[in-house]
Ligand binder design. Structure first.
Ligand code: S3P
Length: 182
């Protein structure tokens, strides 16, 4: 019997919501390939995101994000992607995300983000006097974009990493069973 194509799974959500950790563990659990768009941009550019922001500004980075998503459209099926926290803000990116596969929004509260990232030095947008206020403002401004881009919203605040990974693994496996008509 011909095997049906597996859909990609794309993780979106605010900085610190766990996209990368969840993506890596989920890729082990499901034996799928994992790709992080921030890491891909850094590799292609040969410099860190902080350096890109410092040398060329945020707008240039946003264009690199869109170009990165476009480049993924030709990637093989059944992969797991994690994206930067600002990716779904551009309408064009939301369309690209949906074209890429099933989009999962890992939803966390500003307090969770702050606790995880208060000592962070790698996210240019949080290097401010008051990162707590910055997180609240940015998350409020982006919430509707995350929700608009998502096929599935997973509330991750009160769940362990393992629980989130297992929930997503079941979601993917059940979706594939349904699509295979088993
Ligand atoms: C950003 C999030 C970062 C990275 C860049 C901008 C954002 O990714 O893309 O610093 O605008 O929220 P993570 O969400 O993986 O931290």
């Amino acid at each position: 019997m011909e095997q049906r194509k597996r859909r990609n799974l794309i993780l979106i959500g605010f900085m610190g919501c766990g996209k990368t950790s969840v993506g890596i563990l989920l890729s082990y659990r499901l034996r799928r390939t994992f790709l992080d768009t921030d890491k891909r941009i850094e590799k292609m550019q040969g410099r860190t995101i902080s350096t890109i922001f410092a040398q060329e500004g945020e707008a240039a980075f946003r264009q690199m994000e869109t170009d990165c998503l476009k480049s993924l459209l030709s990637e093989t099926e059944g992969q797991i992607f994690s994206t930067g926290g600002g990716t779904p803000v551009r309408e064009e990116n939301r369309t690209l995300l949906r074209q890429l596969g099933t989009v999962v929004y890992l939803k966390v509260s500003p307090d969770t983000v702050y606790e995880r990232l208060k000592e962070d030095t790698k996210r240019p947008l949080l290097q401010t006097e008051n990162p707590k206020v910055r997180i609240e403002e940015l998350l409020t401004a982006r919430q509707s974009y995350y929700e608009a881009a998502a096929d599935v919203i997973l509330e991750a605040d009160d769940k362990s990493l393992g629980e989130v990974v297992e929930e997503l693994a079941q979601l993917v496996l059940q979706q594939e069973e349904r699509e295979d008509g088993r």
